[in-house]
Design a protein around this ligand. Structure first.
Ligand code: PMT
Length: 354
């Protein structure tokens, strides 16, 4: 804790909350400024004030924190936090860009209410975002150099301007895959149907609505040379044969004629220069053979089977239970978080590509 930090929180409060020793001074524990940085895998400075960023950028070491920073050889994450005017100040910006261009990872700040009562860009990033950045910084970069396109969420097939056919996909599975691939060093494009989830940082995001739009967006990314396509989206298999330009009026019965949508996986698999393709099979029942048939029929390299009727699996839940099937065998994953499923899928992708 710096002197400034101790004006806000006492070392005792932080020690009690974290159950860790709190270091405050360069001289309390001799050589702490050398021992602490040499033992750490990662250094996180949150909040990082304009003052400490200025010291870091200019090699000033006049307290424990700035001295530790100077002695640290690993990856450092800073979460800037200050008044918006200070954040925009050109001297400060020069200091910040000096750090970022030398490999320091910046997270935030966000726009919003500031401690001084003003509004603007300067709020420290939320804790979950800082934690996500830390996880990313510590992850093995075994997908460096890969460009991965992930699809997520549902599609909507419009009957008229206000009604559509869709499904219960929340996007959670696809977003978790996009974050995992990003953390492992890949360049990631996330193409998503409508979802209420926050856009992951460090990922290029493309929002679409219909299956046709999703196909167009995927093809565009393939033309740019993606190496892997992960289709976690629940693409509507059918859409209305005709879309009415005006709202369909009430009155009597309505018989809907449906047409099949274009199959995105099969279209991409049929390309001369095709990526490694991972599809998902949303099944209602434990029939893994149906998933295997989908893998062969659609030309996938890997398929992730999930029985969407099982409690805690499939649509709009935080967990999933899957079997990852590929040319070399099957990997069963018991009920686990979608983040853990994403990790298992990416682990298998890395194994298959090496
Ligand atoms: O989004 P969540 O709430 O987290 O839910 C996750 C999920 C259940 C949607 C996900 O785990 C999942 O199973 N996604 C695939 C859903 C699906 O469409 O399955 P399918 O068996 O109907 O299709 C097989 C594969 O073909 C899928 O990869 C699908 O994206 C793809 N497909 C389907 C139709 C179509 N027109 N084009 C396609 O490319």
């Amino acid at each position: 804790m710096t002197d400034a930090a101790r004006h806000f929180v006492t070392p005792l409060s932080l020690q009690t909350a974290s159950q860790n020793t709190v270091y405050t001074s360069l001289f309390d524990h001799p050589l702490a400024h050398i021992r602490l940085p040499s033992e750490a895998d990662l250094m996180v400075v949150a909040p990082a004030t304009a003052n400490i960023i200025g010291k870091f950028a200019n090699g000033i070491a006049d307290d424990l924190l700035s001295t530790c920073f100077l002695a640290f050889r690993g990856t450092a994450v800073i979460a800037p936090s200050m008044n918006w005017r200070m954040y925009e100040n050109p001297y400060f910006r020069e200091n910040l860009s000096k750090l970022v261009s030398s490999g320091i990872i910046q997270v935030g700040p966000e726009k919003g209410d500031l401690a001084c009562g003003e509004k603007g860009k300067g709020r420290m990033a939320e804790v979950p975002e800082i934690l996500e950045t830390i996880k990313g910084a510590l992850s093995l970069k075994d997908l460096a150099g890969e460009k991965i396109v992930v699809t997520a969420g549902p599609t909507r097939e419009y009957l008229d301007p206000v009604r559509f056919i869709s499904n219960r996909s929340s996007g959670k599975m696809g977003f978790a895959l996009a974050r995992e691939a990003r953390d492992r060093g890949a360049g990631v494009v996330l193409i998503s149907g409508p979802s209420t989830l926050g856009r992951p940082s460090g990922v290029d995001f493309v929002g679409v609505e219909t299956a046709e739009e999703m196909l167009g967006a995927v093809e565009k990314e393939m033309d740019k040379g993606a190496s892997v396509l992960i289709m976690a989206a629940a693409v509507s298999d059918f859409g209305p044969a005709e879309t009415s330009s005006g709202k369909l009026e009430k009155g009597g019965g309505l018989a809907l004629k449906l047409r099949p949508t274009a199959d995105i996986v099969s279209t991409i698999a049929g390309r001369r220069k095709r990526p490694f393709i991972i599809g998902f099979a949303a099944e209602t029942g434990k029939n893994i053979n149906r998933a295997k048939k989908k893998m062969t029929d659609k030309g996938m390299d890997m398929v992730v089977f999930n029985d969407v009727t099982e409690p805690g699996a499939g649509f709009d839940v935080d967990t999933n239970r899957v079997v990852i099937i590929d040319g070399r065998g099957e990997t069963r994953c018991d009920l686990m978080s979608k983040e853990q499923v994403a990790e298992a899928v990416i682990d298998r992708l890395v194994e298959m590509k090496t």
